[in-house]
Design a protein around this ligand. Structure first.
Ligand code: PEP
Ligand code: MN
Length: 395
């Protein structure tokens, strides 16, 4: 894995210095809104936790050399800064900076704007990439107006099943194929997935249809084996707080689809994303998949309001999984419509060529015709809410 992100030096702590030749003629950027007032629904971190970090967002056109000189200069003043590859780039100063240092950063031509995060998540904050980040899975974009549809079975079960599912997903107009080879199941007696042979079948399905695929990784030790084959890693709801896994995924250069834990707060979810970003991988797509409530009518409760709130709080794309949220194929289309209307950047749905024979989650799977109808409807709706359906690259 020579091309892993942490090894090419673009992410992770690059240290810099300040050369003192500050262009004082540079216009001061307008002050940023008070983050605690901009986010009334999120309690601000206690002052002691929030104090200290200062984010300086690097201007898109800033030459890398200027950033290096800036970081080197800061180091001469005893301030260790880290540079992260998030959108156009961010310099983070972990220690409480002097007001004078902050003023210097604000005036520096390589810096677009400076803020002091009032939330524990820093790199995931919306203001780091105000226009929103775009994350692509094999060329299929999510975010900044691009709406991606991911579809496929819960699990890879056999060669015939995944090839038929991939064909149906491609014909329906989905952009990305899904399918788990490593399945975290509630019961130890349930089908646990095919493991690595399932990944080979997904690769065969990709070759046959041109659809990139996302598949779940359940353990940090699997990442190295999966990396050469997958287009994106799915972190399941049960693993949202598997921090060792998130740290390993911070060191790869492929997208991570991070599902919200069934009882996770927005802050916990965004901090889980922060692990991946802080490790140097900016390619995170968040997925709301339903939370646990007293409600028994649906499998979980689809928390669309938190999806919309997440889109305000973070620049990362946020998609919705109406299949696991509802557990009912009849509710998938209405909830997919609602997700698009509420501003989601995509959906992930389960579809099986023969749901009655499925080895996992068959009861919630769409049949191919339902997927086709759903994609057609979402495509027609998308322009009304400023979205365009993302398509895979032509083969
Ligand atoms: C899945 O996508 O099949 C799955 C297990 O989802 P979740 O992690 O959201 O339960
Ligand atoms: Mn499933």
């Amino acid at each position: 894995m020579n091309d892993r992100n942490g090894r090419n030096g673009t992410a992770s702590p690059v240290t810099f210095t300040f050369n003192g030749t500050v262009n004082t003629a540079v216009e001061m950027p307008p002050p940023l809104p008070d983050p605690t007032r901009a986010s009334p629904a999120i309690s601000a971190a206690p002052p002691s936790a929030a104090r200290g970090a200062l984010l300086a967002v690097i201007a898109p056109e800033a030459p890398e050399r200027d950033i290096q000189v800036l970081v080197d200069g800061l180091r001469l003043r005893g301030i260790e800064a880290s540079v992260f590859d998030v959108g156009s780039g961010v310099v983070m100063l972990p220690d409480a900076p002097l007001a004078e240092t902050e003023a210097v950063l604000r005036a520096h031509p390589a810096i677009a704007h400076v803020s002091s995060p009032g939330t524990p998540y820093r790199l995931a904050r919306r203001e780091v990439v105000p226009e929103g980040s775009v994350v692509a899975i094999g060329g299929v974009a999510f975010g900044r107006g691009a709406f991606g549809v991911i579809a496929g079975p819960c699990a890879v079960e056999s060669r015939a099943q995944i090839l038929a599912a991939a064909q149906a997903a491609a014909e329906a107009g989905a952009g990305v194929l899904r399918g788990g080879a490593f399945k975290p199941r509630t019961s130890p007696y349930a089908f646990q997935g095919l493991g690595l042979p399932g990944i080979d079948l997904l690769a065969e399905a990709r070759a046959a249809t041109g659809l990139p695929f996302v598949t779940e990784v359940t353990d940090a030790g699997q990442v190295e084996d999966l990396y050469p084959h997958v287009d994106a890693f799915q972190v399941g709801a049960r693993n949202m707080q598997n921090y060792e896994l998130l740290k390993v995924l911070g060191d790869v250069d492929k997208p991570v689809l991070l599902k919200r834990g069934p009882s996770a707060t927005l802050e916990e979810w965004l901090l889980a994303a922060e692990y991946v970003l802080a490790g140097g991988n900016p390619r995170v797509i968040l997925c709301e998949r339903g939370i646990r409530t007293f409600n028994r009518g649906t499998r979980y409760t689809l928390d669309l309001a938190t999806m919309a709130l997440a889109r305000r709080e973070t620049h990362l794309p946020v998609i919705v999984d109406p299949s696991h949220a509802t557990g009912d194929p009849d509710l998938v289309l209405p909830m997919a419509r609602a997700a698009l209307a509420a501003g989601a950047d995509g959906v992930i749905v389960e579809m099986h060529p023969a749901p009655a024979e499925a080895l996992s989650d068959g009861a919630q799977a769409l049949v191919p015709a339902q997927l086709r109808a759903m994609v057609a409807e979402l495509e027609a709706m998308a322009p009304i809410v400023g979205r365009t359906l993302s398509r895979p690259r032509p083969a």
